[in-house]
Every structure is written in C-alpha cells, then in structure tokens.
Design a protein around this ligand. Structure first.
Ligand SMILES: C[S@@+](CC[C@H](N)C(=O)[O-])C[C@H]1O[C@@H](n2cnc3c(N)ncnc32)[C@H](O)[C@@H]1O
Length: 500
C-alpha cells in the first residue's frame, strides 16, 4: 500500500519544449506506493502530435481532442502551450472501481426510450496480499500510476497566474493534495472547495455513516495566481436589520481580524457601528434581492452549497453522460479563475461541460478525453450551442466505425439538392461537408443534432444543400453520422447524380 513520506527536496524538471519547469516541494510530504515509478520532473513523455480530423464553424482556437490526457498534454507542451493556460479544470476518474453507462433518452411514449452505452471504466487492478507481510492492493496504486503523471503534465501548461482545479471525492481528494504538493509545491496550494453535490437518498442515508454528499475541488495555482470569488446576496433575518439616521438598512458583524488601521478606514467610510456600551462593529449595508428580501452581499467562501446537483438542473442540460457535472459549477470556476478571452483546458472532459461553459463565457477551450462516447457527446453538445471548434486525434486513437448511412438525394426546382437521411433513423448528430482530400480534415457546412429536453428533439432528417453550394460539392459531398456509442460513419455522395 501507499504511505506518506516526508522528504526535503527541490526538483529541477528536465527540459520540455525549451522551458525549464521548476518546482519547490520544500519539505512537503510525498506519496509512496509499491508500483510507483513516476518521479516529479522526470523526462517529459515524447508528445504525440495532434491531427485535425474535423472542423465545425469558422476558424477557431477551440479544440476537442480524442486521446489520453498524458499524450494530449504532452502534445500541447510540444506545440508551445507550456505556461500559456489560464485554467486547467479536470474531473478525472475517482478510483470508484465502477464502470459507467451513458443513458440517452429518445423521444417516445410515456417516459421515453433509453439508449444505453458503456461510457468509461473507473476500475483499477487489485492484488491480493502475499506472504511476508505483503499487503493487499485495492487498486489505488494503479490509480495513482495513472493520475500522478497526468496531473504533472497538465500543471506544466499553467501560466504564472493560472490555476489547476482537480475535482474528486472522498476516495481521492487527500491523495490529490499530496500529489499536487509534490508536483507544484505546497506553497502553491490555493483552496480546497467543498461542493455539496447531492442530498442523501435511500441506502446511503441509512448506511450507519454520515452521507457522503460532497465533492472536493483541490485548487493549486501558478506563482502569481489570484482567484476572484464572486459575491452572493444572503437574506438577513428581520431581527438583524438596523437603520441609520438616513434610513439605510444595515446589519453588523464583529470586527474580526480587521486591524485598527482598517477600522479607521471603515469609520471614515461611515461603516463602523458603535453600541451603547462603546463596542465597535462593522456595518454592512443591505440591498434587496429579486424577491425583495434585504440581503448582505458576501464573498463566496469555500463551502459551495448553492450550486444544485445535475439532477436538479434543467432536463435540456442533461446529456445522459453518467458523471456529468452541472454547467453552473463550471461557470463559477471559469469566472473566478480565468480572464475573459482566457484559455481553459479540461483533458478529462466527459460530456464537455467545461467546453460549453467556457464558450458561453467567452473563453477559448481545449478539451480532451480518451473515450469515444465522451467525444461524441461533447461534439453534439458543442454543436447545439453553436460553438466553433476542431476535432483532433492524438496518436493512434480513432473512434469506432459505424454502419454507413443510407441517404436519398433529390434535385429541387431552384437547383438546390435535398438530402434525406433514411438510416440511421435517430443519430446523435449528423453533418454534411466537402469530402476531404487525403490527410485533410472534414469541414462541415451543415449539421443537426438531437436536443435533450422534457421531450427530446430528434436531429433533422433532411438537409438542403443550397444551389450555390451544389457545384462545389458536386463531385464529393460527404455525409457523416455520429452515433451515441461514439461511432462515426460516413458516405460519399455525388450530387450530380441527384434525380430531379
Ligand atoms: C468523471 S468523467 C468527466 C465528466 C465531466 N466533468 C462532465 O461534466 O461531463 C471522467 C472522464 O475521464 C475520461 N478519462 C478516463 N481516463 C482518461 C485518460 N487517461 N485520458 C483522458 N480521459 C480519460 C473518461 O472517459 C471520462 O469521460
């Protein structure tokens, strides 16, 4: 099993793409586990190159990469992204020893029809204890073998003002703290945010333990990292509301650790309240919330109980991906940890929540995931919100090949060509584009995708290629169909042969 060992050391990372990565672990703890071969700052894994296979929308720096986080991070380093990234958010597997299934609801009778596909596996090889006091291994060692080098590879990308947020639960939160102490240095710790993800239900509520209802966001930053926590309006009970001579509502709080100097400044601003006995309190002026309740504006702290779990989010937000996180959670993180126009990276992207939130907030994103189901879910999700992005492959990974679509084409009186998708009948998404030349990406000129919702809306079944585009596509239109199982299938279609 693993153990925590105290070490004092300073590690000079080897050269990676021309940059020297310097970390100071300064006496912090480090983890040992039997299979550990990873050493901080050891040679950088040679990066695979990223190959663009598809483009949606106008030229954009947004990227969705199919590949293992380690290789994608190394490839980004080789492309010169070391020190360039404002925010890395990752929600890696949690060492749960479970496999996860995507459940997609299609439109249909009563509660709809559900498609189930294996999304990803979070199982790690276990070992029985041998003789001579050798202890059993419950898979955590293999998990750490996976996670440690990936956290390090992603940390390399951080700018001096950037931060890395690692979303884990009770199984891994304490391990990630120690790993990041080792990778970035204990002094780079910024916050440990607790997110109340779900209330207690059923068996868990009666298990003889307190319900495990929280996830932890472990946050470390670059040398000059600063987070910008938002404020929220907290209603004040009537008994805590006072009025000043001008009739303004305020509440008070003890001075806490405000220095005399700060109290003098607050006094000058009219923000100090003296009781009849002469005690000093800080005044907080109140403002109404949308419901008209008088509230104090407070900076959000590290206990996040106000971001509801996904099951309370709108149905249209739910992709069916098993471990999808709520968009509101990612929006909060992105807003407080990256500037507008900044660059956000998530290389365990799952259903692409980070990409959708980053797009909505005007940040650019690089998403990566090794799972084909994740890639398909993310692609469709980003297309639904109108994001422009490229799809790229890292190394040898390719999505499974689906069954070729069956289409009908018909030339209309105005010269346009109508393309009807006969099979598959309910794709996750499909697109039309110029058939790419050897080594070139598929560039979509039209796409349609299923929309989740109370009544899920199927992708359109027909597409119209405008007359102006028919000549361009005449010899080589490609129809690409994306399945819920992550498959991609394509068909080459000549429009010249379209009957009138
Ligand atoms: C917990 S899910 C992420 C969910 C995501 N935050 C969301 O909101 O949908 C973890 C993801 O990590 C991916 N994954 C697991 N091992 C990986 C690896 N070595 N490299 C890249 N992705 C990996 C899985 O395929 C899965 O999609």
């Amino acid at each position: 099993m693993w153990e925590v060992a105290r070490e004092v050391r300073r590690v000079e990372g080897k050269r990676t793409s021309g940059d020297v990565v310097t970390r100071e672990s300064g006496g912090g703890p480090s983890l040992r586990w039997p299979s550990r071969t990873w050493e901080v700052g050891a040679a950088h894994t040679p990066g695979s190159t990223l190959r663009v296979s598809e483009r949606f929308g106008p030229e954009s720096t947004n990227r969705v990469v199919h590949g293992d986080c380690l290789h994608v991070a190394a490839a980004l380093s080789d492309e010169g992204f070391v020190g360039k990234v404002d925010l890395v958010y990752v929600d890696p597997p949690f060492a749960s020893q479970a496999s996860y299934t995507q459940e997609t609801r299609l439109d249909g009778p009563a509660d709809g029809r559900v498609l189930r596909t294996r999304a990803y596996d979070d199982s790690w090889p276990t070992r029985r204890g041998g003789g001579k006091g050798e202890r059993a291994e419950d898979g955590v060692g293999a998990y750490l073998d996976m996670l440690a080098p990936r956290l390090e590879a992603m940390s390399r990308l951080l700018s001096p003002t950037g931060s890395i947020w690692v979303h884990v639960d009770w199984r891994a939160a304490y391990l990630v703290r120690v790993l990041l102490d080792e990778v970035l240095g204990r002094q780079r710790f910024l916050n440990e945010v607790v997110w109340r993800r779900a209330p207690n239900l059923g068996r868990q509520a009666a298990s003889g333990q307190f319900g495990r209802t929280l996830d932890t966001l472990v946050v470390y930053g670059g040398r000059d990292a600063r987070l910008h926590p938002p404020t929220r309006l907290e209603p004040i009970p009537a008994s805590g509301i006072r009025r000043d001579e001008l009739g303004r509502a305020f509440t008070t709080a003890p001075r806490g650790d405000y220095s005399d100097e700060s109290m003098a400044r607050l006094e000058a601003e009219g923000r100090v309240h003296r009781t009849a006995t002469g005690r000093l309190y800080v005044k907080y002026f109140l403002e109404p919330n949308a419901a008209g309740e008088l509230c104090r504006k407070r900076r959000i702290d590290t206990l996040w109980t106000d971001v509801p779990p996904l099951r309370h989010a709108s149905i249209s937000e739910r992709t069916g991906f098993p471990t999808q996180k709520p968009r509101a959670l990612l929006e909060r993180i992105i807003q407080c940890a990256s500037p507008e126009g900044g660059m956000v990276v998530d290389l365990f992207a799952g259903s692409g929540t980070t990409g959708e939130a980053a797009h909505g907030l005007g940040r650019t994103f690089v998403l990566g995931d090794s799972g084909a189901v994740s890639l398909a879910t993310t692609r469709a999700r980003l297309l639904r919100v109108g994001a422009a992005f490229t799809v790229e492959c890292c190394g040898e990974v390719t999505p499974p090949v689906g069954v070729a679509p069956h289409v009908g084409v018909r030339r209309e009186a105005d010269g346009s060509v109508r393309v009807d998708l006969h099979e598959p009948r309910e794709p996750l998404a499909w697109a039309l584009g110029q058939e790419p030349g050897e080594g070139e990406p598929f560039v979509a000129s039209w796409h349609s995708e299923r929309r989740p919702g109370t009544v899920p809306r199927a992708a359109a079944r027909e597409a119209v290629v405008p007359a102006a585009d028919v000549a361009r596509h005449a010899t080589a239109l490609e129809v690409r169909v994306y399945g819920d199982d992550g498959s991609v299938a394509s068909l080459r279609q000549s429009l010249l042969e379209a009957p009138a």
